[in-house]
Design a protein around this ligand. Sequence first.
Ligand code: COO
Length: 259
Amino acid sequence: MTAYSEILVDTPQNGVQLIRLNRPQARNALCTALLGELDAALALAAENDDIRVVLLSGSEKVFAAGADIKEMAALDAVGLWKDRRPQHWQAIRHFPKPLIAAVNGYCLGGGMELAMHADIIVAGTDARFGQPEINLGIIPGAGGTQRLVRAVGKSLAMKLILSGQFIGAEEALSAGLVAEVTQPELTLKRANALAETIAGKSPIALRLAKEAILSSFESPLSQGLELERKAFLFLAASQDRQEGINAFLEKRTPKFTGQ
Ligand code: COO
């Protein structure tokens, strides 16, 4: 059993593993050790067939207040260059299974960048999203300038990153940053219900759907359509496709095995 101190990793239930950021004394600020533990936990989840979806949350009051400013203050350019954070962020970026973020309260800076690494964000009405790095004389350093503009468009991305202002959950929903907004006390419950629904689908279809969707950030339409086509054809060779079609024809619930 792996021991963690900066995160809490629950035993998988119904195909879903809950990982909670656990630095309440620092509003879940993302220190390098926390990112390292998250990297390690996701690596184990990627290899565990009992885990089909990972659900990532903070506390009931805060998702994450950003990178750990105190830790960052001690690092100069060479120190930042040597830091392992970029490798941990790459590992989170390449997690192959569906990753859902349940966000209550502050989701700022690196915390918002972490939420944007998730495939789906479910937010409580109390969620506050922002990239306030500019207040520190810096800019987002874990993909915020790239993912935010792709999520909400140039004008709002520029407003948030240049002004450091926050937006609430409803504005984040209308801007396309989050998929759903719930009452704060229901955020984790709703996100978990969504995660369990997704966990009931074919693991290989989920993996290829996530890969195809994310490829749209990386390639021209023609290349993305080609990737989608090849994934579609590959799935035609899967037992899960046969099971899904048979279940429909036999009017029963499919049992997908990931084969
Ligand atoms: C935060 C907040 C607005 C929360 O405000 P609160 O009033 O609820 O909490 P406090 O400001 O009192 O902070 C509590 C506690 O957490 C305090 O520690 P102590 O002084 O030892 O009691 C804070 O220093 C600590 N805390 C909060 N956020 C951080 C932190 N320690 C280290 N790092 C961070 N991020 O007050 C607030 O404004 N936080 C900073 C938000 C921010 O600017 N984030 C961007 C950081 S830079 C980045 O993410 C990427 C860089 C490349 C959330």
